[in-house]
Write a protein that binds this ligand. Sequence first.
Ligand SMILES: Cc1ncc(COP(=O)(O)O)c(C=O)c1O
Length: 395
Amino acid sequence: MQEQLSNRINNLATSQTLAMAAKARELRAEGKDIIGLSLGEPDFNTPDFIKEAAIQAINDNYNSYTPVDGYVELKDAIINKFQRDNNLIYDRTQIVVSTGAKQSLANVAMVLLNPGDEVLLPCPYWVSYAEIVKLAEGVPVEVPTSVETDFKITPEQLEAAITPKTKMIWYSSPCNPSGMVYSKEELRALADVLAKHPDIIVVSDEIYEHINFVGGHASMAQFEDMYDRVVTVNGVSKAFAMTGWRIGYIGAPSWIARACNKMQGQITSGANCIAQRAVITALEAPVSKISYMVDTFKKRRKLIIDLLNDIEGFVTTEPEGAFYVFPNVSHFFGKTLKGHKIENATDFSMFLLEEALVATVTGDAFGNPDCIRISYAASEEQIEEALKRIKKALT
Ligand SMILES: Cc1ncc(COP(=O)(O)O)c(C=O)c1O
């Protein structure tokens, strides 16, 4: 009966992040002590003040279906957050709350893409972008970058990638997986190119906004000439350690927000009631309440970069945000390590899992076959032990 499956699902890649996690689980079940540096979620608990708001919401009997695009109080908290943190002015018709930023992105793809429409994805990009675009019958177009250019695309590259079929460009800044952060000047240079192509819509994924070690987060929608064609995506999963609560949101032109509302209304309806009430409290709190997590990530970043620089063959940038390093490991390609032939980043990542018992993710998953992603959402002890094992496996 398998052949009954749709082309849609047959053409969809399985998330390689999850595939690596599954392999790590398998080895753990065999009794191996695997250090997991593959997952994209903070290793903190949701802060108590947010948990308390959720408990209060349960006791206050928030249990009914919610408005499709989110509680008005949450939309207002999001509007205030956009104004406070990003200097962006949105009204209630421009906000849609979803079940995670992943659903926000899926909504945007479904309401904007027609078959064959191209979506530019500067590489490396977050794993799900390409698959979400394909699900919506769009065509992902990879625009490569490298460790030498800090994983940023240049205005020239953007111009060269645009075709008459280009409908959108999607990127995350701070970036998962590279950790790069576009400065306001860099975004302006890209906006200058887009100014010549007024029909292209920008999806600016800012979910790692607060996990920024250099400060000065910039949003594409801050440019007056771009505001009307930018969808700003954000959510609470990363900065508030709320991955399982599943709340994301967009600020967008009203016509796009209305379409997303319509789409979501037929697929999932409004996001979870308790989580929405908790997120009102999260977003109304001063950002300083979560800075202890960012401070910890910053310390770990230094630790992991120092340790990586101490191992020959890893070429890494100093990521300015998120909680990943994305070293180029092509030095090892063509070599045989402990009997494993290393042809590419997938082989290397698998080698690290089997021989160093450290789980990472191949850069192939993110459209960059020369790198691997190492998450430092792990304790300093785990990071030290993992890098010690990696060094030993390689020497
Ligand atoms: C760049 C990026 N965007 C969006 C998401 C999805 O976040 P959410 O948990 O809100 O669905 C992730 C999660 O890993 C991410 O890394």
